[in-house]
Write a protein that binds this ligand. Structure first.
Ligand code: SF4
Ligand code: SF4
Length: 406
């Protein structure tokens, strides 16, 4: 269906009840109806039906949406808000052509999707002191690269993934692992996932021909490219014999699990988060999880809570660690502000939402913060660093792997 018809039909399902409003982070911040789900639906409808111009003001209200889908989760009329916004962005890109970010950010996210980041150069930038100098000189801000630099984690040597890792002990089956285009920024999580799956008896396949899940393109108004990537992944993973396609980043997982709804062609094997998969598989008798006497806070990414709706499996898996003090972050259903490239393109709102999470962490004082999405981890890590807090941030699977003993 073309975006215009989709917006027309889907926005008609909204009965303007307003039940989604208290769940919307941007509406909660600004108290402006135009920054609410109901308001945005009315704006999209008004624009598509010809009553409203795509003015910079209208566009700002639409670009301000995090696509966190908290509203969709709360909506009794089952309005597919995420798809509605994606269709709106596709139509805006078609008619208006401009993206929400600056030129450098757009170029970098494009390179990220195509796995063409100059990682070697970035490592040199970090190691030679050029980063230190750039930060102090004010040049980063001048060239619109301050936000990109803020989220750049310490880059270790790139891991050359093998296409197959054998199980340890008796084989329990085969899984495919989705690495995603953020893999260079989160190698620790992927290493932990591969190690843990093998320890739990699974043969792990990492096909090198896999590509980005398509989420960044889909949410940036580029549905053709998103579809092309989805079809390429379908070809790669459908050719494999495995029990499940396992992902570590919930942002990628949300998109992979919606291929059927978005493109009418879903992947043959079930798509599952690593925590969900391991929790379901059960801990083998040969593995012991060592006790951990630490306070561990858990952040639930929106894609896990509002799209996949499998956040309980994370707590189920972590509860296997003896003596762990698990604390969900208060107000976990509210977005942290990362939201894909939103943390780059909408700095004010992204930082306002982050500030709330940092305040919660300041009063909870955990030793460790766990989150199942790479973008959220980078955003939260930046906030923690800037606030001078001593909290280790990692994926739940990294902690479970750390506590595993054969
Ligand atoms: S809850 Fe659903 S139907 Fe009600 S205003 Fe929000 S989007 Fe519309
Ligand atoms: S997706 Fe999130 S930010 Fe956007 S309207 Fe819905 S609740 Fe608000």
């Amino acid at each position: 269906m073309d975006p215009e018809t989709f917006i027309h039909d889907e926005s008609d399902k909204c009965v303007k009840c307003g039940l989604c409003l208290p769940h919307c982070p941007t509406y909660t911040c600004t108290r402006n109806e135009a920054d609410s789900p109901r308001g945005r639906i009315a704006l999209l409808q008004g624009w598509v039906e010809g009553g409203l111009e795509l003015s910079p003001r209208l566009r700002a209200h639409l670009d301000g949406c995090l696509t966190c889908r908290a509203c969709e989760h709360a909506c009794p009329s089952t309005v597919r808000f995420g798809q509605l916004m994606d269709a709106g962005r596709a139509l805006m890109a078609e008619r208006d052509g401009t993206g929400a970010g600056n030129a450098l950010q757009d170029r970098m996210t494009k390179r990220l999707r195509g796995r063409q980041l100059p990682l070697g150069l970035l490592r040199v930038y970090q190691k030679t002191g050029a980063q230190w100098l750039a930060r102090r000189s004010g040049l980063l801000e001048k060239f619109g690269a301050g936000r990109l630099d803020r989220y750049l984690p310490r880059l270790p040597r790139t891991v050359k993934w093998r296409s197959r890792y054998e199980p340890q002990g008796t084989s329990r089956g085969d899984v495919a692992l989705f690495t995603g285009c953020m893999a260079p920024f989160d190698q620790a999580t992927l290493r932990a996932a591969t190690g843990l799956l093998a320890k739990w008896g699974y043969r792990v396949h990492i096909p090198p021909a896999q590509v980005c899940c398509g989420a960044l393109d889909l949410h940036a108004g580029n549905p053709r490219e998103a579809r092309r990537l989805a079809m390429a992944n379908r070809e790669v993973f459908d050719a494999l014999q495995a029990d499940a396609l396992v992902f570590t980043a919930s942002g990628c997982g949300a998109t992979l699990s919606e291929y059927g709804m978005l493109y009418g062609e879903k992947l043959k094997m079930p798509v599952m988060g690593i925590s969900q998969f391991l929790n379901r598989a059960g801990q083998p008798e040969t593995i012991t999880l060592l006790p951990l006497q630490k306070k561990v806070a858990v952040h639930d990414p929106c894609t896990l809570t509002h799209v996949l709706r499998t956040e309980n499996s994370v707590y189920g898996l972590l509860a296997r660690i003896p003596e762990i003090q698990l604390t969900p972050l208060p107000d976990n259903a509210t977005c942290c502000g990362a939201a894909g490239s939103y943390m780059l393109t909408q700095p004010e709102m992204a930082d306002a939402l982050l500030a709330d999470k940092i305040e919660q962490l300041r009063s909870l004082q955990p030793d460790i913060l766990l989150t199942s999405n790479t973008g959220c981890a980078l955003h939260l890590q930046a906030g923690i660093r800037e606030a001078g807090l001593e909290i280790e941030v990692m994926h739940p699977v990294t902690l479970v792997e750390r506590q595993s003993k054969e």
